[in-house]
Design a protein around this ligand. Structure first.
Ligand SMILES: Nc1nc2c(ncn2[C@@H]2O[C@H](COP(=O)(O)OP(=O)(O)O)[C@@H](O)[C@H]2O)c(=O)[nH]1
Ligand SMILES: [Mg+2]
Length: 324
């Protein structure tokens, strides 16, 4: 048994996490986030207890209201009796404690609620970064008995694609007057959206944003294929809890569609495959790292220099030595 830095062994931590002990949950997330030497043992101990949580991703530009919406959803889901986990994945702004979600006061309600786990993820040098650490953290929350895990990710670059590959259902948030509709289309985030949320519906231009989105959805893409899910557009005022019923209804509808269409199991399979692939590629990369400057590589390089070997054949030989 690998002991973790602060004493308790992995088996004990997982057992305590499953009883809902927040400190053990936090400790396990730190272990997977730091890619601790105990990572493999943690992953093995969690595996039998995972696969039940529903993962909902929230993505969108900074300031659109992801954290406020997350808080709104936490409250509503707690009201339905669900245990909820929250992961805020934002490499640009590491949060701490009570400041995690936008609305400090409201989150303090959640802070004393044992049915809610909230954690911010920073890329603490994890092999493969946040993309690799996030699914492991989701597993911890899943094993800890969370019925729903909300993953908030800032929508820049590849982040929205990553959250989509982690989530069962992806919410894409937009707000009026941010030029978001057009940006969304450009970035292709409409393609990853299962539910489109126009937040800040109390602001001018919200109806126009909804119309823009409808027009863009009508243009085609994967949503227009036969039998495809057509993402509903839900208007919310997250700061006042408005629209939460409609949002929950849209989430429920999508959950039912995922099961009925077989897309749910397909997504989970694709997610696991991507996870295994990423870990395998990282392992191969680290082996190649070991080879850098090694005799095997130098010998092959010398043959390429003299023309005895072409670089493709040399690479094939190198790959063979790595995988056998
Ligand atoms: N007017 C208005 N402001 C909102 C609404 N939702 C969130 N906000 C405010 O928008 C700001 C950014 O919200 P936040 O949830 O931190 O955005 P995030 O960066 O996407 O997580 C905060 O000041 C919120 O109080 C809304 O529906 N209407
Ligand atoms: Mg936020």
């Amino acid at each position: 048994v690998t002991s973790t830095r602060r004493g308790a062994d992995v088996g004990t931590l997982v057992a305590r996490a499953r009883e809902g002990d927040p400190r053990s949950v936090a400790r396990l997330i730190s272990l997977v986030e730091d890619a601790s030497p105990a990572l493999r043992e943690v992953a093995a101990a969690l595996a039998p207890h995972t696969g039940r949580a529903r993962v909902i991703g929230l993505t969108g530009s900074p300031g659109v209201g992801k954290s406020t919406s997350t808080s709104m959803l936490v409250r509503a889901l707690r009201g339905q009796g669900h245990r909820v986990g929250v992961l805020a994945v934002d490499p640009s702004s590491p949060f701490s404690g009570g400041a995690l979600l936008g609305d400090r006061v409201r989150m303090q309600d959640h802070a004393t609620d044992s049915g809610v786990f909230i954690r911010s993820m920073a890329s603490r040098g994890h092999l493969g970064g946040l993309a690799a650490a996030t699914p492991q953290a989701v597993r911890v929350l899943d094993a800890a008995g969370c019925d729903v895990v909300l993953v908030e990710t800032v929508g820049v670059g590849q982040a929205e694609v990553e959250v989509a590959s982690t989530a069962d259902t992806t919410l894409v948030l937009l707000a009026p007057g941010m030029g978001d509709g057009i940006q969304a289309a450009k970035a292709g985030i409409l393609e990853v959206a299962d539910v489109l949320v126009v937040n800040k519906a109390d602001r001018d231009g919200a109806e126009q944003t909804v119309r823009d989105l409808k027009a863009m959805l009508a243009l085609g893409g994967r949503h227009s294929e036969p039998g495809a899910w057509r993402p509903p557009i839900v208007s919310t005022v997250a700061s006042r809890g408005r629209g939460v019923e409609e949002l929950l209804a849209a989430l429920d509808k999508h959950a039912r569609w995922l099961e009925r269409s077989g897309e749910g199991p397909r997504r989970r399979l694709a997610r696991a495959a991507a996870e295994v692939e990423a870990i395998a590629v990282a392992a191969l990369r680290s082996r190649i790292g070991d080879l850098h400057g090694s005799k095997a590589l130098d010998t092959l390089a010398a043959e390429v220099v003299t023309g005895t070997l072409d670089p493709y054949a040399a690479a094939d030989q190198l790959v063979d030595t790595l995988t056998t």
